[in-house]
Design a protein around this ligand. Structure first.
Ligand SMILES: [Zn+2]
Ligand SMILES: [Zn+2]
Length: 284
């Protein structure tokens, strides 16, 4: 809720005229509690988990001839029914875990200082904070994901996410409820270390999920703008991790590729390692 009773009061507090975006924000949020603003995330996540994977199902149905060339595992076929079964599994998790987690995590957002006030952040502030959030998420997720591939972690928790050896968009958030909770930590760490505006926070949660869905889409489409992001992993990169499955010791990172390069778990290093080991075993 904004601490101003009128636009004039807001402009006096900011010390200048409000921009069109700020006027819209004022009108939308003036009488809305910060808790309700934060809970917008539930609606955004629901729409993203529903519409973004649906886009991939639709292009497969409508433009099958065109997109089939970009399917990463062309021999694996999922029917519309398979997609919706996955969607309903994800929605059950959404209603039982993701939604309630959003409802009860508000005090932590308040504590770290995510603000809802005016002025709105500049585009530069939003973009630079999002870059920091993605870097922190990627690094932390890399290590948690790698830990989940230990025997116990895989058998008890991570195996569920790997049920899809050829991932689909709807399967991006498909995981054991413990994994859903644990992987909330990397998403939260960035905003906790560099708190920003609620708009930046909404954008962060939305973009992270859209990125995860693209990564699990099963398609390495040539026209995605993410191709121009340095060290971006993408669908091809993470698909290989699912293809290898439980034995996978490579391509752990969620967004970029550099952690796998630095810590020697990228696909190429692992293949060279296994070739060397088998060569030495045969010649010793
Ligand atoms: Zn994994
Ligand atoms: Zn995955």
């Amino acid at each position: 809720m904004l601490p101003y009773s009128s636009l004039q009061e807001a402009e006096t507090a900011v010390g200048r005229s409000l921009t069109a975006a700020e006027t819209f924000w004022f009108n939308y949020t003036a009488n809305m509690s910060d808790y309700i603003l934060y809970c917008h995330n539930i609606l955004f996540l629901f729409l993203i988990f529903t519409l973004v994977p649906l886009f991939y199902v639709l292009i497969e149905l409508v433009f099958r001839d065109y997109v089939s060339a970009y399917k990463i595992q062309p021999k694996v076929k999922f029917s519309v029914y398979d997609n919706f079964r996955c969607y309903f599994d994800v929605m059950r998790m959404f209603i039982l875990v993701v939604g309630p987690l959003q409802l009860v995590s508000y005090p932590s957002i308040k504590m770290i200082g995510v603000r809802t006030s005016l002025p709105l952040p500049s585009l530069m502030e939003i973009v630079s904070q999002l870059v920091v959030y993605f870097l922190i998420e990627d690094y932390t997720n890399y290590w948690i994901h790698r830990l989940l591939h230990c025997k116990w972690g895989y058998e008890k928790i991570h195996k569920v996410h790997h049920e899809y050896t050829a991932p689909i968009g709807f399967a991006a958030p498909y995981a054991h409820w413990v994994e859903v909770l644990i992987l909330g930590i990397p998403s939260f760490l960035g905003p906790a270390m560099v708190p920003g505006h609620m708009i930046t926070f909404w954008l962060w949660i939305a973009l992270r999920q859209i990125e995860a869905i693209e990564t699990h889409s099963g398609y390495d489409l040539p026209w995605t703008f993410t191709k121009y992001i340095p060290f971006y992993g993408g669908a091809d990169y993470h698909d290989y991790h699912h293809y290898v499955g439980g034995q996978s010791q490579s391509n752990f990172a969620s967004v970029f590729t550099y952690c796998d390069y630095i810590y020697g778990t990228d696909k190429v290093t692992i293949i060279i390692y296994f070739i060397l080991v088998s060569f030495l075993a045969h010649h010793s």
